[in-house]
Design a protein around this ligand. Structure first.
Ligand code: PMP
Length: 449
C-alpha cells in the first residue's frame, strides 16, 4: 500500500527539516563524536530518528525542552524510566535530602523496610531484594532459579526483551532452532546452549519444551511489550502457570514495562501467581533502581542460602545496589505516584490515543493496528499478531523512521525502535489530540490522499 519512493522523498524532507531546525544539537553531536563511541554515551541513543540525536536541556512532567529551546510532548518517557512523569517534586526533594546526608554505605537505610513492605503490598509476593536495573534483577533471579532447581537452562518467549541478559538475547530461527537475536553481538556462549525459546500464546509448545526437564525458569512478560504489544490469549497465562508448575519450572514475570497495567502490574491486575516478579525502570522516578520479589515458598527456600555461609556475594548483588539514594527515590516514587488515582488519569489518555489512531487507520483502510495495555499504547504495521515472530515480520524500518521523525518535527517524541506512546498523569487530552492530528497528517502525506 505504501509507495516506497514517495516514502523515501518524505523521509528525506523530514531529515532536512530536522537538521535545519536543530543546529545546536548538530553541534553538540559533532563535539560528542570526538570523545564518545558513536557520538553518544550509550549505544541505543544512535537509534533515534534524524541524522544526529536531539540533545535535551530540561524535562518536567510530560514535556521536555531541547537545546534549541523547543518544547516537546514526551510520549517516550525514557522508554518507561520516567513513566511517572519527569522531575517529580517529591522525588527531587527526597533525592536532594538523601544526597546531602550520604548516598552509599553498603548498609541498609531507614527506607529499606518501607520499600519492601510497599512492593509486597502491591504485587502480593512477600519477600523482596533490590537491584540497580531490571537487567540486573533478571540476571539475579535466573541465578537463584538455577540454584534452586539444579537445572542449567532458562526459557523465554520468542522476540522477548528483558534487558542485556545474555541468555535472553535469543529467538527461534527459521528451522525452529535457538539463535542469537539480531544485533546481539558477542554472546559469551551460544544461546542454543543456555536458552529454550517458545512462541508466545502457544501453551502446547511450552509444554513440549519444558517436558525435557532441563529448564530452571521461564522468564516472560505477561504481555509482550518489546515487539509492539502482543496481548495474551484468554486463559493463556493460567495455562502457563499450570504447565510450569507441573514441570517444576519457576515462573518469573518481568513487570518492568507491564507496570503500565496498574500499581501492581499485570500480576496484581490479573491475579497471577508467579514464583518471582521483576520490576525496574520507573520505580525510582528516574533514579536507577529495580527490585525482584519471591513467593513465600520460593523465599523460604532462598533464605536458606541468603542467611547461610554460602551466601552469594559474587553473582548476585552489586556494590551500589540498594543504596540509600535509590531507596529514598523508590520510597518517594511509590508513595506519591504509580497509584490507582494516577492510573485513573493516565489510562483514559491511552484509551483516547488508541481510539484516535484506530480511527485514522480505519478511515484509510490501512492493514495496521493499535494495541493498548493500561497507560501504554502502540501502533504496528500489521493486524494484531498473536506472537513475537508475527509482529517482527511486520517491522518496517523506513516507515518507522518516517513516522517518528514526522512526529518529532511537530513536537512529539515517540519511543525509539517502537511506535509506543506512554501516558503519565501529567499528559493532557490536548497532547493526545495533537498526536492524533499529527499521525493522521503523516498517513495522509504517505498515501497522497
Ligand atoms: N525487562 C523489560 C521487559 C524491558 O523492556 C527492559 C528494557 N527495555 C528491561 C527488562 C531492562 O531494563 P534496563 O535496561 O533498565 O536494565
Amino acid at each position: 500500500m505504501i509507495d516506497r519512493s514517495r516514502l523515501a522523498d518524505l523521509l528525506a524532507g523530514e531529515e532536512r527539516r530536522f537538521a535545519d531546525t536543530h543546529p545546536r544539537s548538530a553541534e553538540l553531536s559533532a563535539e560528542a563524536s570526538r570523545s564518545l563511541l558513536g557520538g553518544v554515551p550509550m549505544p541505543w541513543m544512535t537509534r533515534w530518528p534524524g541524522s544526529f540525536p536531539l540533545f535535551f536541556e530540561t524535562a518536567a512532567g510530560a514535556r521536555f525542552t531541547d537545546v534549541e529551546g523547543r518544547e516537546y510532548v514526551d510520549l517516550c518517557l525514557g522508554d518507561t524510566g520516567a513513566m511517572t512523569g519527569h522531575a517529580l517534586p517529591a522525588v527531587t526533594e527526597a533525592v536532594t535530602a538523601r544526597a546531602s546526608t550520604g548516598i552509599t554505605t553498603m548498609l541498609p537505610s531507614t527506607d529499606a523496610a518501607w520499600v519492601g513492605t510497599e512492593l509486597a503490598r502491591r504485587f502480593g509476593l512477600p519477600q523482596w531484594q533490590m537491584a540497580m536495573t531490571a537487567t540486573d534483577a533478571n540476571r539475579f533471579v535466573l541465578r537463584f532459579a538455577r540454584k534452586l532447581t539444579g537445572r542449567p537452562r532458562i526459557a523465554v518467549m520468542d522476540w522477548c526483551y528483558h534487558g542485556t541478559v545474555d541468555e535472553t538475547l535469543a529467538i527461534l530461527g527459521d528451522d525452529g532452532t535457538v539463535v542469537s537475536r539480531p544485533g546481539a553481538m558477542g554472546p559469551p556462549v551460544d544461546v542454543a546452549v543456555t536458552t529454550a525459546v517458545v512462541p508466545f500464546n502457544d501453551p502446547d509448545a511450552l509444554d513440549r519444551r519444558l517436558a525435557q526437564g532441563d529448564v530452571a525458569a521461564l522468564l516472560m512478560e505477561p504481555a509482550l511489550t518489546n515487539i509492539g504489544i502482543v496481548l495474551p490469549d484468554e486463559g493463556y497465562l493460567a495455562q502457563v502457570r499450570e504447565i510450569t508448575r507441573r514441570h517444576g519450572v519457576l515462573w518469573v514475570i518481568d513487570e518492568t514495562h507491564t507496570l503500565c497495567a496498574g500499581p501492581g502490574g499485570c500480576t496484581a491486575a490479573w491475579a497471577l501467581e508467579p514464583d518471582f516478579v521483576v520490576m525496574g525502570k520507573p520505580i525510582g522516578g528516574g533514579v536507577p533502581a529495580a527490585a525482584y520479589g519471591a513467593s513465600a515458598e520460593v523465599a523460604e527456600r532462598l533464605n536458606v542460602h541468603m542467611l547461610g555461609t554460602e551466601i552469594d556475594v559474587a553473582g548476585v548483588g552489586g556494590t551500589l545496589t540498594g543504596n540509600a539514594l535509590a531507596l529514598a527515590a523508590v520510597r518517594a516514587t511509590l508513595s506519591t505516584t504509580l497509584r490507582e488515582e494516577d492510573y485513573a488519569v493516565a489510562i483514559p489518555l491511552a484509551e483516547r490515543f488508541t481510539a484516535g489512531v484506530a480511527d485514522v487507520i480505519a478511515r484509510h483502510d490501512l492493514p495496521w493496528h493499535v494495541q493498548r495495555l493500561g497507560c501504554r499504547a502502540e501502533y504496528w504495521f500489521c493486524p494484531p499478531p498473536r506472537n513475537g515472530a508475527d509482529a517482527a515480520a511486520a517491522v518496517d524500518e523506513d516507515l518507522d523512521a518516517f513516522m517518528h521523525l514526522w512526529a518529532l518535527n511537530r513536537g512529539i517524541l515517540l519511543t525509539p525502535f517502537h511506535n509506543m506512546a506512554l501516558f503519565s498523569p501529567h499528559h493532557t487530552e490536548a497532547d493526545v489530540d495533537l498526536h492524533t492530528q499529527v499521525f493522521g497528517d503523516a498517513v495522509q502525506a504517505l498515501l497522497g490522499d
